[in-house]
Design a protein around this ligand. Structure first.
Ligand code: FAD
Length: 149
């Protein structure tokens, strides 16, 4: 079955902050695994940036569900494309928070220490998401290695 990648941004709904993220992530990771969807979610104070990748029917149905979720607003599609391989195949939903990101990494990629998901073109958004997930994975690996020493 052919694979697609969908990329969107949204603004946080009023009253939604880091505390609501654990619930979103827990449900996402379980459900995405069941339907063969992988991806990454970036949370910043300015909004969400999310990539979903997987079989077209599963990604399409999931996007409809997510777009209806009242924990965010202004859901805006940045890109929808056929893909040969997944960028986040290891993750049912990789997750990065802007306030946990090494600022030097952001500065290197964006030229600034913070970013607004709505300022990004689709290529920039995808490059940023991949770089942030890679940085986060390396950080967690280092942290685990240190705790095992
Ligand atoms: P729903 O009827 O939508 O809800 C089931 C459970 O979800 C509820 O019991 C509750 O725990 C929680 N929930 C739903 N809405 C609210 C709310 N307004 N306030 C508090 N809790 C609520 N889902 C995925 O499966 N995969 C994803 O990758 C994914 N990414 C998301 C990204 C963002 C930015 C947001 C805001 C949501 C995302 N979701 C994702 C959640 C998705 O919108 C659905 O809530 C979820 O998939 C469950 O759908 P459902 O129709 O089975 O049940």
């Amino acid at each position: 079955m052919s694979l697609v990648r969908l990329l969107y941004v949204s603004h946080l709904a009023k009253g939604i902050g880091p505390n609501e993220l654990a619930g979103i992530l827990m449900v996402s990771r379980k459900k995405n695994k069941d339907i063969g969807v992988s991806g990454a979610l970036c949370y910043s104070a300015k909004g969400f940036l999310q990539c979903l990748e997987g079989p077209a029917p599963a990604v399409n149905e999931l996007y409809r569900r997510i777009a209806r979720d009242d924990r965010h607003v202004d859901v805006t599609l940045l890109d929808y494309a056929d893909i040969q391989t997944r960028d986040f195949g290891d993750w049912s939903m990789a997750y990065v928070r802007e306030d946990e990101i090494d600022k030097s990494v952001l500065k290197k990629i964006r030229g600034a220490e913070s970013f607004d998901p709505f300022d990004l073109a689709s290529g920039e958004a995808m490059d940023l998401l991949k770089a942030l997930v890679k940085e986060r994975k390396e950080f967690l690996t280092r942290q685990q290695a240190e705790s095992e020493r």
